[in-house]
Design a binder for this molecule. Structure first.
Ligand code: FEO
Length: 400
């Protein structure tokens, strides 16, 4: 049975939710599911903006067939060629053999890599920055957005209704629960953390490219944003755009301390807990602690994007950084993390070495300062080290 949602009088959501997916991109847990958004414009010409992931193809077919009824599908605009949005291109071509594909050169190359079909030259509409497509009442303009998230990404602007089809930008993890507009749900409480986790892990590495897209967006009048995942924005756009502004320049949202610890027998955790208590006594609010062995790194990466000060606390393992802490730090380095204040606590029973190794990794982060001296715990924290921790707590607070 079809399940569509009206966005405007001639624009419809034709996507679907996947609530059974365990790991998005085989990496990220999505406990609240994920939506794959596809939009269809019914004008003199009909236009589909992206398709969906193969996992929800059946729902997609029902939606498209219901909306179009006996009309042809004239255009498929491909904003993003990642398979969670383009899996159904071959089905669309088979079903609507006269369809024209509207995409950029890079997407055309990728289509050749992902699919085997041949399409006559006159069914390709290859677009460049600023190119326009008239569909009757609507005028669509295409803007390139390379690396927001893949190199071929572009966004489409409907000048008539002032709608931006933003590809992965402004998306969120989490299925759409009936409502389609962000202003119809308590987005701040229910979805903002997942929007940050989505941003930081999916496009967080590409802050510079997101900045370029935001600059382009600032020059057009946008009344609605239709992303490829999550809710459609028609109110308070500035609030969400401001989040993107901060995230893309790695500006922390919370002036507080996040403590990420890796502890095998609890002694490293003990040092982290005592430091957290000292920080609280010094008036630091909203301190957060994460055991990197029990929390998926994508959640901690997201929180590192949020917090100004991070304490990495790890035990030495195989003469190296403890495995789950190393995964987290590698992930943060890969995401181009920067602009943070860091403190380090290391533990080791006979040859502590993870402190220097962690410093080495973090020293590559731009505009990042390591506060105070590393604290070395030998097996377990002793009374005579409490002062050292207190000094570190004061040094952290002095930089806030
Ligand atoms: Fe939702 Fe980059 O794909």
């Amino acid at each position: 049975m079809y399940n569509i949602k009206e966005i405007t009088k001639d624009l419809f959501w034709a996507g679907a939710n996947d609530r059974r997916l365990n790991l998005f991109e085989s990496v990220y847990p999505v406990p609240d599911g994920i939506s794959y958004n596809s939009y269809i414009l019914i004008d003199n010409k009909t236009v589909l903006f992206d398709s969906v992931d193969r996992a929800v193809s059946h729902q997609f077919y029902e939606n498209i067939e219901y909306i179009l009824k006996d009309r042809n599908l004239d255009y498929l605009v491909i904003n993003h060629m990642e398979p969670d949005h383009c899996a159904e291109i071959a089905w669309l071509i088979k079903k609507y053999p006269q369809i024209k594909i509207v995409c950029n050169q890079k997407s055309q190359t990728m289509i050749g890599q992902f699919f085997d079909f041949e399409l006559p030259q006159n069914q390709w509409n290859i677009v460049k920055e600023g190119d326009i497509l008239e569909t009757g009442h609507h005028t669509l303009t295409f803007f390139m957005a390379p690396m927001v998230h893949w190199p071929e990404v572009m966004v489409t602007y409907d000048k008539t209704d002032k709608i931006l089809f933003s590809a992965d930008a402004f998306g969120t993890f989490g299925a759409i629960d009936g409502n389609i507009f962000a202003d119809e749900v308590d987005f701040d409480h229910r979805y903002m953390d997942e929007a940050r986790r989505y941003y930081s892990n999916i496009v967080g590495k590409y802050g510079t490219q997101v900045q370029m897209l935001l600059k382009k967006a600032a020059n057009i009048d946008i009344k609605m944003i239709c992303p490829l995942h999550g809710y459609v924005w028609r109110k308070d756009l500035d609030k969400f755009i401001d989040k993107y502004q901060r995230w893309s320049v790695y500006e922390p949202e919370e002036k507080s301390v996040l403590i990420a610890y890796a502890s095998v027998y609890g002694n490293t955790q003990n040092a982290a807990e005592i430091l957290a208590g000292m920080l609280a006594k010094h008036g630091v609010k909203n301190i957060k602690m994460y055991d990197v062995s029990t929390v998926h790194p994508s959640y901690v990466v997201s929180e590192v994007f949020k917090y100004s000060h991070i304490v990495f606390t790890s035990t030495t393992y195989n003469m190296d950084i403890f495995v789950n802490m190393e995964i987290l730090l590698n992930d943060l380095c890969a995401h181009n993390m920067q602009n943070r204040k860091i403190a380090i606590i290391e533990n080791g029973s006979w040859a502590p070495s993870c402190g220097n190794l962690m410093s080495e990794m973090i020293s590559k982060w731009k505009n990042t300062e390591i506060i105070g001296n590393k604290i070395l715990v030998k097996s377990s924290l002793k009374q005579n080290q409490v002062q050292e921790l207190e000094t570190l707590a004061k040094e952290i607070v002095s930089t806030m």
